[in-house]
Design a protein around this ligand. Structure first.
Ligand code: ATP
Ligand code: MG
Length: 234
């Protein structure tokens, strides 16, 4: 089954130590996302959505349970191997953008291409143009608005045409029209390249545009529209 699955989460839990003791942020989350599916992760603030997305993308490691990405068990890979897998397959739009402050918009988007030894300048310009930032190529992040930084972050995630695209509130800082343009771009990447999309969103309209809806409450999966159709384990 892992052959056809983009991501499989099995009994995924994450705990952190805080001043009061152990805090459970995610608790026994199980699901499988088939390749090419579009999935929305919803839930109120603090329910564990960003934590879950980071685990699914291999950016963080669970306290227990496992994530399989394209058939690879992330828990048996070392950090270098996980980084290679991410570089080859994953685009990630962070809720907090995570742009490099000493690089311009264009240089931020060129970076993943350069690291992969690919031509960078023209594809990066084209992607920034698709998110409406032709006039901001040489701006540094601190001189960009929140919505502009978000679009640079989206362009950086898309420019490698990743097969797995994770986006944490990708339209959270955008006005309605720009948000719609960015969402259309994500779904275009999905249909042009068969990319698997996993989106965290508070927007019911965006969630319902996805084939799959997964809802968290206090770190537990309480609703999975695909639970009957897809085996999470086996
Ligand atoms: N490293 C950490 N140490 C302590 N608590 C943490 C840590 N990371 C996350 N948390 C807590 O875990 C809970 C879930 O955080 P997370 O960022 O995943 O929520 P979220 O669903 O993405 O929320 P939002 O919609 O506000 O972005 C929050 O209560 C948060 O304070
Ligand atoms: Mg979050």
């Amino acid at each position: 089954m892992s052959e056809s699955a983009a991501i499989v989460a099995r009994n995924l839990s994450r705990q952190v130590e805080d001043t009061e003791g152990m805090l459970t942020i995610l608790d026994g989350v199980d699901f499988a996302i088939p390749k090419g599916q579009t999935a929305a992760i919803t839930g109120s603030s603090g329910s564990g959505k960003s934590t879950l997305l980071g685990l699914l993308a291999g950016l963080d490691m669970p306290s227990s349970g496992s994530v399989h990405m394209l058939g690879h068990d992330l828990s048996v890979l070392d950090e270098d191997s996980r980084a290679r897998l991410r570089a080859a397959h994953v685009g990630f739009v962070f809720q907090s953008f995570q742009l490099l402050p000493h690089l311009t918009a264009l240089e931020n988007v060129m970076l993943p291409l350069e690291l992969a030894g690919k031509p960078a300048r023209d594809p990066a310009r084209r992607m920034l143009s698709r998110v409406g930032l032709d006039a901001r190529l040489h701006h540094y992040p601190r001189t960009l608005s929140g919505g502009e930084q978000q679009r640079v972050s989206i362009a950086r995630a898309f420019v490698m045409q990743p097969s797995l695209l994770f986006a944490d509130e990708p339209t959270g800082s955008l006005d309605v029209a720009t948000g719609k343009a960015v969402i259309d771009l994500m779904f275009a990447l999905h249909s042009e390249h068969g990319a698997t999309l996993m989106l965290v969103t508070h927007d019911p309209g965006l969630a319902s545009r996805c084939e799959r809806q997964i809802e968290l409450v206090a770190g537990r999966l309480v609703r999975d529209s695909g639970a009957d159709g897809v085996q999470a384990s086996g």
